[in-house]
Design a protein around this ligand. Structure first.
Ligand code: SF4
Length: 480
């Protein structure tokens, strides 16, 4: 997938002005965030569970080579094949070769961020192979020719009316509006593809080294069909997804659906160990597991950034991020969006192509508050910022005037008297220039910055109101 993260500023501005998108984005917070908060509040010891989750990821990554070797041995023992892919190109080549050697014409896919990361659909289509996304959200964005805009809800940026229009245009269906009808239309279209498909491709939410199993969570049942109906199942996963034992999996299963959708457990949890065995009725004849590095070893070797690999891809940090909720996933210009996207993208693609992303955060810390494995996202964002600004060629795409203004503001904050004087001046100016809570005029570059923001009128400093307040408190106390 082409990296378009350098367009972040322009895309964010377009997103802010798109009223329909703004309405759709608002829903995300309500739908996912409230569910997540209620699911965790119902737990006896949510913090304890999150600590356990983090400890599992820490331990797994500390033993990664050993765990991956164990996983490989166990998958082979169960009759599967393991492939190692250094980068996106290699992973795509492995899948395309498998498909060509086995005369595959149609592929059905379960939702997988890692296949988006490597651009697998495009690679297969270039070989003349038909690819169908079977997750409803992925199916919608495939029809729309768009990348996902959210880690777990790829099409959350679209309203049901927009989806109805898309289905009518691309599938020739009547303009149905009810979600059930839209789901039925997609299901009917996909049913024939499941029957025709020779290969099913999925990601993996986790892999268990001790049993050689991959684990897939879903709510629609489409992944189950994708892995059982076709004769070949190919699973792609980033090497960081491996965990040691089924006991560890129990913790991940308790955390991931709660964080993602507020569910205690996903509707379907599949633990797949190798291909179909003798006397079994369902399942593929061949099972292939592709272990993808694509820059992950480099992240692992960096103690300051290693924790970015703990991510379970639950999407929780996106749902609470004020920046994501205003600009949407497409503004980030690559597969991963929101706070984790701002951390991962500059590490997985050449950093210069995503240099604005770590700066697209208020550092409010909401993301770290909800992360099920306690990734210190604000700390990572600061580390990324520091690394980027240490590069002598870095300008972050930020105009010189804005950088100078920020520097001046920093200087002003360290000179309290001048700062107070400036604030007094701003307050005096606001008496003339503010109407109905909005500034009528501001000097550049403030005017540019304020275009899509509400600039508050400077309040009187607390130090000036304190003597009066103190007097009132003392008098009140004496009266009591
Ligand atoms: S960083 Fe944490 S909250 Fe964000 S997607 Fe990953 S696991 Fe979920």
């Amino acid at each position: 997938m082409r990296v378009r993260s350098l367009e972040f500023g322009q895309r964010a501005q377009e997103a802010v002005l798109d009223q329909q998108l703004q309405r759709n984005l608002q829903r995300i917070g309500v739908r996912f965030k409230v569910g997540r908060d209620m699911a965790f509040a119902a737990l006896e010891d949510p913090e304890g569970l999150r600590n356990l989750g983090r400890a599992i990821k820490e331990r797994s990554l500390a033993n990664l080579p050993h765990l991956l070797e164990t996983l490989e041995a166990k998958v082979k023992e169960a009759g599967g094949t393991v492939h190692w892919a250094c980068n996106a190109k290699e992973a795509c080549r492995i899948v395309c070769d498998l498909a060509k050697q086995r005369a595959v014409r149609t592929v059905v896919k379960g939702k997988s961020m890692v296949t988006e990361e490597i651009g697998l659909n495009q690679a297969l289509e270039a070989e003349g192979i038909e690819v169908w996304e079977t997750d409803l959200g992925e199916f919608i964005i495939q029809l729309a020719g768009e990348p996902p805009s959210h880690i777990i809800g790829p099409a959350v940026h679209k309203s049901k009316e927009q989806i109805a229009e898309l289905f009518a245009e691309k599938l020739g269906s009547p303009k149905a509006q009810a979600p059930e009808e839209l789901t039925k239309i997609a299901r009917e279209k996909l049913r024939e593809k499941f029957v025709k498909a020779d290969m099913g491709i999925t990601g993996a939410n986790a892999a268990v080294a001790e049993t050689g199993s991959i684990v897939l969570l879903e709510n629609e049942g489409n992944i189950r069909l994708s892995v059982t109906a076709p004769r070949i199942h190919v699973a792609l996963m980033g090497i960081e997804k491996v965990i040691p034992t089924l006991e560890d999996l129990a913790v991940i299963l308790a955390l991931l659906p709660r964080s993602a959708t507020g569910q205690k457990l996903s509707s379907y949890t599949s633990i797949i160990t190798g291909p179909r065995r003798e006397a079994e009725l369902d399942g593929p004849e061949e099972f292939h597991l592709i272990l993808l590095d694509n820059g992950r070893s480099r992240i692992l070797a960096d103690p300051d950034r290693r924790q970015s690999l703990y991510c379970l891809r639950c999407g929780s940090c996106l749902n609470v991020c004020p920046v994501y909720r205003k600009v949407g996933g497409h503004s980030y210009g690559w597969v991963y969006s929101g706070p984790i996207g701002a951390v991962l993208t500059p590490q997985l693609v050449p950093a210069r192509l995503a240099r604005q992303l770590p700066f697209a955060s208020t550092l409010c810390g909401a993301c770290a508050e909800v992360c099920p494995v306690k990734i210190e996202l604000p700390k990572l964002l600061l580390t990324m910022r520091q690394r980027l600004t240490e590069d002598p060629n870095f300008d972050g795409g930020i105009p010189l005037l804005v950088r100078l203004a920020a520097r001046f503001h920093g200087w002003l904050l360290t000179h309290p008297r001048l700062y107070r004087l400036a604030m007094d001046g701003a307050r005096a100016a606001s008496r003339v220039l503010v109407r109905d809570g909005r500034w009528l005029w501001l000097p550049p570059p403030l005017s540019q910055w304020a275009r899509n923001r509400h600039i508050p009128t400077p309040a009187r400093p607390f130090s000036s109101t304190w003597p009066k307040l103190k007097k009132e408190l003392v008098q009140g106390g004496e009266g009591a």
